[in-house]
Design a protein around this ligand. Structure first.
Ligand code: AMP
Length: 599
């Protein structure tokens, strides 16, 4: 393994890389940097995002460009604004000690005059999205007559996004003598055509095998039906309390729907797609980078510019239309030496596509069963125990409280204490997954017991059941005690062991929630919690709206609890409405407040 100096880079560049914490070159850097420095041949590089490709093309350009000449010497095209901004920023970091090098990044949706002014001041390197670059060429604000390097980054994505015409225009605006550097994760026919038509005998370099997925990523598939697709997704998230994942969807609508459902069900999630304004997208990406959001639901295009290296999972809610894009998606995990898992949910029809993808990634998908409720509960329990074991005890801070606590607990032996502590955290989760169905049984029909049978009725979940000596008569009595309304109609009632369901005339939906929230009734010593189940899709034992889990793992701990007062459940409904209606900072109201309530 060489050092950056041995690859032919000068000391000021090496120093900047040391500042950035780059210790040694990545595979693609080791191959591309000396090649570009030593030869003017065109270059075709097979490299996915995350392989260090930005440095692979930028560093040799910085090594060779003429700092004393302010003409545009390198033009770098990238498919999205986010990626362009990221590349521009990376290059600025790389030329920290090359004081005379100027970089301008140009992209649509931003003030063109500012970009023109920056170009007029003279930039040796311009990074741009295809559309805005062509606009600036047409306005003669961007002159590419002296360009020595043209970089096409993520060429496959640019073509996917329909930028063929713009690429042709930029290629025509640059001199024949330039060196073209084409970087792509996949090489479908269209990219090969660009290479054939615009490049001269390009040298090929790869960051691994062509199109092959990273060695650090394992690929799993779960067989689902349309009925079990979403519940399976939730169970996968539940099984992995530390999940930090992108869920990929095919369309903006699918993306928003999945995100809305996850938010409603209490997950730390948000949507990223092209229907959001740039401000909203920036805000969502910022929160995901900071891990304020654990799960990002995104379209392929919108996720392109996101540079995160620690994803635990990539989830394919639906496979991409173009199977080559699977490599892009799965390549988002397993980066920077981390292990990652790429999961695909497929129905009977979609399963056939897996074979074609396996041929591209040269790896086999492992069929994995959707976890059962028991497995999830066990996993969460072990996670909690690990957390308890790892918790540091701040003796001096708690010392003064301990004598009283010891006195209060002196009747309990070790086993009883452990049982109570585990039950405190897990009763609600056990209830949630009690009677949960095996989602791997794809032939089974919906559990009609948990579904509203009447269009005019709203189905409610209530956290008390047979074990609390509840029966239909007592439940009707409890409902009536809340003074919801004179002519309130109560429909079907299902009493289960630790929780129950009841139906109420749809017109009294809000009043029912409000009444239980305000009265905060007790039943047999238990505080009563009521939630609407009507919008819930099929799945776990309880169709209730919110996830039942209490404070979750230390890393994130953002999930809401359905335990506690019914007032909280009302707030949850409101906050998810607010989130669904859009807005730049859609998340902070709901979860932010929820966290403060808990703390
Ligand atoms: P890229 O493939 O260019 O998007 O790079 C992916 C990530 O790896 C970015 O966060 C880079 O800052 C980082 N990176 C690139 N090259 C190196 C290197 N040689 N050592 C450490 N990190 C790197």
């Amino acid at each position: 393994m060489s050092t950056f100096l041995e690859l032919g880079l000068k000391e000021p560049i090496n120093k900047a890389l040391t500042d950035l914490g780059y210790e040694k070159p990545t595979v693609i850097q080791e191959k591309a940097i000396p090649q570009i420095i030593s030869s003017t041949d065109d270059l075709k590089a097979f490299a996915q995002t995350g392989t260090g490709k930005t440095a692979a093309f930028s560093l040799p350009i910085l090594e060779l460009l003429d700092e004393s000449n302010s003409n545009v010497q390198a033009i770098i095209l990238s498919p999205t604004r986010e990626l362009a901004v990221q590349i521009g920023k990376n290059i600025e970091d790389f030329c920290k000690y090359l004081k005379n090098v100027k970089v301008t990044t140009v992209y649509g949706g931003a003030n063109m005059d500012t970009q023109i002014r920056s170009l007029k001041r003279g930039s040796q390197i311009v990074v741009g999205t295809p559309g805005r670059t062509v606009d600036l060429i047409n306005r003669r604000a961007l002159k590419l007559g002296n360009v020595q390097w043209l970089v096409l980054d993520e060429a496959d994505e640019m073509l996917n996004m329909g930028f063929k015409e713009e690429l042709d225009k930029v290629l025509e605006a640059t001199p024949e003598t330039k060196q073209t550097l084409l970087f792509s994760a996949t090489f479908p026919r269209e990219v090969e055509a660009i290479a054939r038509n615009y490049m001269t005998k390009p040298v090929e370099v790869t960051s691994g095998e062509k199109n092959q997925g990273s060695d650090n990523v394992s690929h799993e598939y779960y067989a689902v039906t349309e009925r079990t697709r979403y519940p399976a997704l939730k169970r996968i998230a539940d099984l992995n309390p530390n999940i930090y994942a992108i869920i990929f969807c095919r369309t903006r609508r699918e993306t928003q729907e999945v995100a809305d459902n996850l938010i409603k069900d209490g997950y730390s999630a948000d949507a990223l797609h092209g229907d959001l304004s740039q401000g909203q997208r920036d805000s969502v990406m910022g929160k995901f980078r900071k891990k304020t959001i654990q799960i990002l639901v995104a379209t392929d295009v919108a996720a392109r510019g996101l540079d995160v290296t620690e994803l635990t999972h990539v989830l394919n809610h639906k496979l991409p239309d173009q199977i080559e894009n699977y490599t892009h998606r799965s390549g988002r995990t397993g980066r920077a030496g981390n292990k990652g898992i790429s999961i695909v949910l497929v129905n009977g029809k979609e399963k056939g596509k897996l074979r074609s993808i396996e041929r591209i990634i040269k790896k086999k998908f492992v069929e994995t069963k959707v976890p059962t409720g028991k497995e999830i509960v066990e996993n969460q329990l072990m996670h909690l125990i690990d957390k308890v074991k790892a918790t540091e005890v701040n003796s001096s801070e708690i010392e003064e409280f301990l004598p009283n606590i010891y006195t209060k607990l002196e009747d309990l032996d070790r086993e009883e204490l452990i049982q109570k502590f585990v039950s405190l955290e897990f009763n609600s989760m056990l209830a949630y997954y009690e009677n949960s169905k095996d989602l791997n049984d794809l032939s089974s029909r919906d559990n009609s017991r948990a579904r509203s049978t009447n269009e005019n009725m709203t189905r409610f979940f209530i956290n008390i059941g047979r074990k609390d000596s509840l029966n239909p008569g007592k439940l009707i009595g409890l409902i009536n005690e809340q003074n919801i309304g004179d002519k309130i109609e109560i429909g079907a009632i299902d009493i289960l062991d630790t929780f129950s369901f009841f139906e109420i005339d749809k017109n009294f939906e809000d009043k029912t929630l409000e009444a239980f929230a305000e009265n905060q009734p007790d039943f047999d010593g238990r505080s009563v919690n009521v939630e609407i189940t009507k919008k819930e899709r099929s799945g776990g034992g309880r169709r209730g709206g919110k996830k039942p889990f209490g404070k979750k793992d230390g890393g994130f701990g953002r999930r809401r609890s359905a335990e506690g007062s019914s007032r909280r459940s009302k707030d949850s409904n409101r906050s998810s409405e607010r989130r669904s209606s859009g807005g730049g900072d859609r998340k902070s109201g709901g979860f932010g407040r929820k966290r403060r309530e808990r703390s």
